[in-house]
Design a protein around this ligand. Structure first.
Ligand code: LFR
Length: 467
């Protein structure tokens, strides 16, 4: 029996502890613990409860101990762009505000007073998203400049949890890049940009690559969870991990990391920071082995997760898909419209979009879901056209990975709207990608292509073709 490796994968709606090991040349995964997540409305501000999340992280570690399956290494990944600022006593300054909060409204203009949008893209290669760390820090500078002055460290959310486990502060590369303050050529913080914006330079730690050892559990953590473990940086940005688990070595593959967001794109060795790329709003997020994720954010299953909470009936995702598949409504919404980012009611937002664009307004559960699923698939189709135009290549297959790979109805629609073959799975791609880096660190695989071949052999994928 080989080693166990533990991925703690925390998404916007839930977190999970996944233990992995190698058996007969295949990766085996076992979920040992799961917990809910979400942004809480704290006096009108959307916040993450990082204290509770850290308790859940420790609960999952205790579960490993109980099972007698002690991991050799572990690593944490979460959604991107959010962070904490720590003072000299390592206490969090202010709230841990979530990326859907509206505090960044208008912060783009404040940033552009210092640097133009195009100059910013040219030096970071990161798409404009109002929630990027760069705009969030501007919101702090505007409302609580003292936090920025007092901050001794900025840690992205997974960096913070790694720090609580080990006492070591590191800024991991893949998550740092999404924030829009890293240079894609030097792969380090763009200190000149940070200076221009008047952010405190001292709080940034040197950027560390995935595969780097953070440290071992502190004595306190060891006493509490009952064992010691080495913490190894995965690609701490969940999308960075998910894309590592795309089960192919075909350089011409298009992937969709499908979860709360749908991240659709390709992998590239060089960042494309051109004006054309900026206008299409593609991003160049840093990845393992300096492979850039050239992709686009699409609103994703967040829209379905949100309407599901509002439906009076308690339905599973499968039931919602089932109902949607029976509908004939043809109305479509633009999934990337900001009105869907954090609406008070997603159902109302979808209806309003249809009403305003003079389309049939969906009324039933099935109709609302059908509009959302069809709109997502349509958006995938449009995005492929953009990728093909930008790269001058044709792609044959779309690899859907992540929880959304289980949505068979959406996969069928994706094949229909794109005209491509759809390969769906693995659904636990984020945890698998997290573990891939730990296994690479431990010498289980010699390189990423070998790891991806193994992922392809180890997990089920389902093929959908346009009929
Ligand atoms: C997906 C994701 C996306 C990022 C968004 C906000 O979970 O990490 O990659 O753009 O969440 O962080």
């Amino acid at each position: 029996m080989g080693n166990y490796y533990l991925a703690v994968d925390i998404g916007a709606s839930s977190g999970r502890h996944m233990l992995a090991s190698m058996e007969d040349g295949k990766m085996k995964l076992e979920e040992v613990y799961r917990f809910p997540n979400g942004m809480d409305n704290k006096n009108g501000t959307l916040c993450w409860d990082v204290d509770r999340l850290f308790t859940e992280i420790k609960n999952g570690l205790k579960k490993c101990k109980e099972l007698g399956k002690i991991p050799a290494t572990m690593g944490i990944d979460t959604w991107g762009v959010d962070y904490v600022l720590l003072d000299e006593k390592d206490q969090i300054l202010g709230d841990t505000v979530g990326y859907r909060d509206s505090r960044t409204n208008g912060m783009d203009e404040k940033v552009y007073e210092k640097i133009s949008l195009s100059a910013l893209y040219e030096r970071t290669g990161i798409q404009k998203q109002m929630f990027n760390t760069i705009y969030q820090l501007m919101a702090v500078k505007e409302t609580h400049p003292e936090y920025l002055e007092q901050a001794k460290a900025i840690l992205m959310i997974p960096d913070y949890f790694h720090f609580l486990l080990t006492g070591v502060k590191k800024n991991e590369y893949t998550n740092a890049t999404t924030g829009q303050l890293v240079n894609p050529t030097t792969n380090d913080w763009d200190y000149e940009l940070i200076d221009m914006l008047g952010y405190n330079k001292e709080m940034f730690q040197p950027v560390s690559m995935p595969g780097t050892v953070v440290g071992e559990f502190t004595q306190d953590i060891q006493n509490e969870v009952g064992f010691n473990c080495k913490v190894v940086l995965p690609a701490t940005h969940d999308t960075g991990s998910a894309v590592l688990a795309v089960p192919t070595n075909d350089d011409n593959a298009i992937y969709i990391s499908s979860g709360t967001w749908s991240l659709m794109g390709i992998e590239r060795k060089e960042a494309d920071c051109s004006l054309r790329s900026m206008q299409a709003n593609f991003t160049n997020e840093g990845g393992y082995d300096h492979r850039f994720r050239y992709l686009k954010n699409i609103m994703g299953l967040w829209m379905i997760q949100s309407v599901k909470k509002e439906f009076t009936e308690d339905l599973s995702f499968a039931e919602i898909c089932e109902r949607a598949s029976k509908e004939t409504i043809t109305s479509l919404v633009d999934c990337n419209d900001d009105c869907f980012l954090a609406p008070k009611s997603m159902i109302e937002a979808v209806k309003k979009f249809c009403r305003d664009s003079k389309q049939q307004v969906p009324e039933t559960v099935g109709e609302i879901a059908a509009v959302i699923y069809n709109s997502l698939a349509k958006c995938y189709g449009d995005t492929i056209e953009e990728i093909e135009a930008l790269t001058g290549k044709k792609y044959t297959t779309i690899y859907v990975v992540g929880g959304g790979a289980n949505a068979g109805y959406l996969n069928e629609l994706t094949a229909k709207y794109t005209g491509k073959k759809v390969s769906a799975g693995p659904s636990e791609a984020t945890a698998i990608g997290n573990i891939v880096v730990q296994m690479l660190h431990d010498g289980v695989f010699k390189d990423l292509p070998e790891a991806r071949t193994c992922v392809g052999k180890s997990f089920d994928v389902k093929i959908y073709e346009n009929k």
